[in-house]
Unconditional design. Structure first.
Ligand SMILES: Cc1cc2nc3c(=O)[nH]c(=O)nc-3n(C[C@H](O)[C@H](O)[C@H](O)COP(=O)(O)O)c2cc1C
Ligand SMILES: O=C(O)C(=O)c1ccccc1
Length: 371
């Protein structure tokens, strides 16, 4: 592993290939795979080729800037790290490495509920850039509120409630490998460090892994969530609440009606409902409902700078990357830093070549659907 000179790894797909070489098969398949026949995860990446950018010329792009504003705060770029759980199955330094690398680049980090380090430790690894907490609403509301409170107290500035995960997707590769990241001891840090969980579910203070998995696993997903619960969550926190996993324009309308503060157009990287619409194809209809009303975040298939410009042109305000940085993490903090740095360099060049001088100027006048 130490023999790879990361500065020479520029081709995005090479990172994926190298990660596959390094990681145990179960871990690589867990990260790489989608659900079912992987139609949606594959389409997420390929769909970008269905649209073409139509660049403008002679527009003095010398001062072109990637800076973007979110709720009055200026961010270095429109890029964020999507919540990715269980990161110690990729590298022992896991979320701490990813958060540290993104912080160094001024890229906001979104901490997953099922992280292998806890909310507080990850906050300390990313002290300078805004960070969000992604909530998988536990089966117990008291724990949900406890997680949110802990995020507030450790300086997170938004809650990202993931709503596409009433149950975990049918992931054939994981099922065939019999690979479940919890069994690697990953993803439990927030539960184990939670006073409400310990009091209500582990009063005898067990440290035994199988026993703890037995207590935590049934709590992770909540099949009873409704829009009313979202409204209830809003009463429990003063932080903005972003809903992650919106694909249908009718749900975008409901998000507005229920007073949410942002949406992430996402199909969970094609890991939940296989056959679901690709994120990019879902984006225009949602932008039609919400553009200008609340920030629109986008994830799914972002691998290069021009992908980001296409998503912004079709209505996104911010994009999140998932697997791209997960592959970098196979090489630890330097790996994450390098993939992100490469992505931002690519975005910088691509924006200038589009003839656009600021992110907020990217709109649907520079994109066409191929015929
Ligand atoms: C290994 C892995 C773990 C993930 N864990 C979470 C999670 O804990 N919470 C969540 O909301 N989304 C999770 N996601 C989904 C991502 O946040 C994001 O929606 C998806 O990765 C975007 O697609 P991309 O990988 O093509 O960039 C995970 C994705 C991967 C690949
Ligand atoms: O892998 C995922 O996409 C994910 O979000 C998850 C969350 C909890 C348990 C298993 C997977």
């Amino acid at each position: 592993m130490g023999s790879v000179d990361l500065s020479t790894l520029k081709v995005v797909e090479e990172w994926e290939r190298k990660a596959k070489e390094i990681l145990p098969k179960g871990a690589y398949d867990y990260v790489n795979s989608g659900s079912g026949k992987e139609e949606t995860s594959t389409k997420n990446v390929q769909v970008f080729s269905k649209w073409s950018l139509v660049p403008r010329m002679l527009r003095n792009v010398k001062t072109s800037s990637l800076a973007t504003k979110l709720w009055g705060v200026t961010l270095a770029t429109p890029v964020m790290l999507a919540p990715v759980g269980f990161q110690t199955v990729i590298h022992p330094s896991g979320e701490l490495a990813a958060a540290k690398a993104s912080d160094k680049l001024g890229i906001p980090y979104i901490t997953s509920t099922v992280s292998s380090y806890n909310i507080e430790a990850i906050a300390l690894a990313a002290p300078t850039t805004p960070k969000f907490f992604q909530l998988y609403w536990p089966g117990d509301d008291e724990i949900a509120v406890s997680f949110v409170r802990r995020a507030e107290q450790s300086g997170y500035t938004a809650i990202v409630l993931t709503v596409d995960t009433s149950v975990i997707g049918y992931r054939e590769r994981d099922l065939q490998n019999q690979y479940f990241p919890l069994r690697q001891g990953a993803g439990m840090a927030n539960y184990l460090s939670d006073p409400i969980f310990q009091k209500k579910y582990n009063a005898e203070g067990s440290n035994e892994q199988t026993e703890l998995i037995g207590k935590i696993a049934p709590l992770i997903f909540n099949q009873t969530l409704t829009w009313e619960k979202v409204a209830w969550l809003k009463t429990k926190t003063s932080l903005p609440v972003i809903i992650k996993g919106i694909l249908h324009p009718a749900d975008a309308k409901l998000a507005k009606a229920y007073g949410v503060d942002g949406v992430v157009v996402s199909n969970h990287g094609g890991r939940q409902l296989d056959g679901a619409i690709s994120s990019l194809e879902a984006l225009p209809a949602i932008a039609k409902e919400l553009k200008g009303e609340m920030p629109i975040f986008f994830d799914g298939g972002i691998r290069r700078g021009s992908d980001i410009i296409k998503a912004l042109a079709l209505g996104a305000d911010f994009v999140c990357v998932g697997r791209l940085y997960a592959y970098g993490l196979a090489f630890g903090v330097e790996g994450v830093y390098t993939v992100l740095k490469n992505l931002i360099s690519d975005l910088d060049v691509s924006l200038a070549l589009t003839g656009v001088t600021s992110i907020s100027e990217v709109d649907d006048t520079i994109i066409v659907k191929n015929t």
